[in-house]
Design a protein around this ligand. Structure first.
Ligand SMILES: C[S@@+](CC[C@H](N)C(=O)[O-])C[C@H]1O[C@@H](n2cnc3c(N)ncnc32)[C@H](O)[C@@H]1O
Length: 386
């Protein structure tokens, strides 16, 4: 792959959680991007630099966006080193930027991704030292420029990561309870539920509030990337050598100006007052606290906040620990009874840990899908309550 002018459309790849691919593809199509093709755990598309910015700013489902810049045969360590050293890194980032390399895949004797990443890092540093007399610093914790290498079928694909810190880190969730949902996973559950701003939305076990905050960001018409920028964080592409700061700011201003609130009833409740207080603080940081009604309430006392249709999305406690499953049986039984008797006309989407007694809900699921919340294996079940 030869390097083309930086601002022409280029093939890019947005990664996402498994199962969210077609929803991410729909998101990218709605942004007007070309050549959108869902793949395994991500979506291929074409974008110029403004398109890349838009994905970083708007996507609720992408974990990160990669822009490939070089591809070459790399069956050995020497071939990988040589190929990386031939790339004009000096055109992509300046010496004063910190950088980090992430590797994915293995081939031949390149069996450890950590080792492959080191080979790539050394080749970049050696090239820069040769050309500029000094090498840029590596910062593995908070790098400004992130380089991604994928090894497969005897070839290496080098990409610039346009996002940097994963996009699920919107920045609003500084506090969380046990095993909170990743923000992108929460947005993915909402996308699967088919909920649209304007329809009532509820999470009666809201924990740190991820689901109701993600719904509220949508109802506010607020691009999630604006939250990150508003909290002083940046996207990695803002550190690239050819970054056009003025054009970027103009795009951000345009995205900010396009936000339009759709009046929507959004309710988050939890039995634990500390969780509700935490969820409220997270919502404040996200700038959507006034769009969410927070309540301290036990599930058994929960009622639909409005007549159906409405959408309830929730993830009850996972029941990972020994002895918890019995107690959960009562909770799931209560959940089933609350849904059946008090949420007529609503649909409910329940993300349960694989050990949780989902059957105790006692309702027939419409759909079931295996999913993961980080290391926790889960199942997403949906119920139509009419
Ligand atoms: C797995 S956490 C939810 C995490 C949340 N989705 C997040 O992203 O932070 C489950 C929540 O259910 C709440 N919970 C447990 N029993 C409850 C009950 N009987 N009524 C209401 N909430 C309950 C817990 O306090 C906990 O916050």
């Amino acid at each position: 792959m030869s390097r083309t002018a930086p601002h022409r459309p280029r093939p890019c790849f947005a990664s996402c959680d498994g199962g969210a691919e077609r929803h991410l593809a729909a998101e990218l199509e709605a942004l007007g991007l070309a050549s959108v093709h869902p793949a395994h755990r991500g979506v291929h598309f074409e974008a110029d630099r403004v398109g890349l910015w838009r994905v970083n700013l708007h996507s609720r489902l992408a974990n990160r966006v990669l822009m490939p810049i070089a591809e070459f045969p790399a069956a050995s360590k020497e071939a990988l080193y040589g190929g990386v050293r031939r790339v004009s890194w000096e055109q992509w980032f300046d010496l004063h930027r910190t950088f980090a390399v992430e590797a994915q895949g293995t081939q031949g004797r390149l069996t450890h991704t950590g080792h492959s990443a080191l080979v790539v890092k050394d080749a970049i540093a050696d090239r820069m030292r040769e050309l500029r007399g000094r090498r840029p610093n590596v910062d593995r914790r908070r790098p400004e420029v992130v380089i991604h290498v994928r090894l497969s079928e005897g070839r290496a694909v080098l990409s610039l990561d346009a996002s940097g810190a994963r996009l699920h880190r919107r920045g609003y969730r500084r506090e969380a309870g046990e095993a909170p949902l990743k923000e992108t996973l929460a947005a993915g559950l909402i996308a699967r539920s088919g909920w649209q701003p304007g329809q009532p939305f509820m999470d009666p076990m809201c924990g740190s509030g991820t689901l109701v905050i993600e719904a509220a960001l949508q109802a506010a018409g607020r691009a999630p990337g604006l939250v990150r920028l508003g909290l002083g964080e940046r996207f990695a592409c803002q550190h690239w050598a050819d970054h056009d700061g003025a054009a970027f700011e103009a795009t951000v201003a345009e995205v900010r100006g396009a936000a339009k609130i759709t009046p929507t009833l959004i309710v988050g409740s939890d039995v634990d007052p500390r969780m509700v207080a935490m969820a409220r603080r997270n919502a404040e940081r996200a700038g959507v606290a006034d769009l969410i009604r927070f309540e301290v309430r036990d599930l058994v006392d929960t009622e639909a906040p409005a007549p159906g249709p409405g959408v309830l999305v929730s993830n009850p406690p996972y029941g990972e620990r020994l002895g918890e499953v019995e107690a959960l049986r009562t909770l799931y039984d209560q959940l089933g009874s609350v849904l059946k008797h008090r949420f007529s006309g609503w649909t409910a989407w329940i993300l349960a840990g694989e050990k949780a007694p989902l059957k105790a809900i006692g309702l027939k699921p419409e759909t079931r899908e295996p999913l993961r919340n980080g290391p926790i294996r889960c199942e997403l079940a949906s119920y139509s309550l009419w």
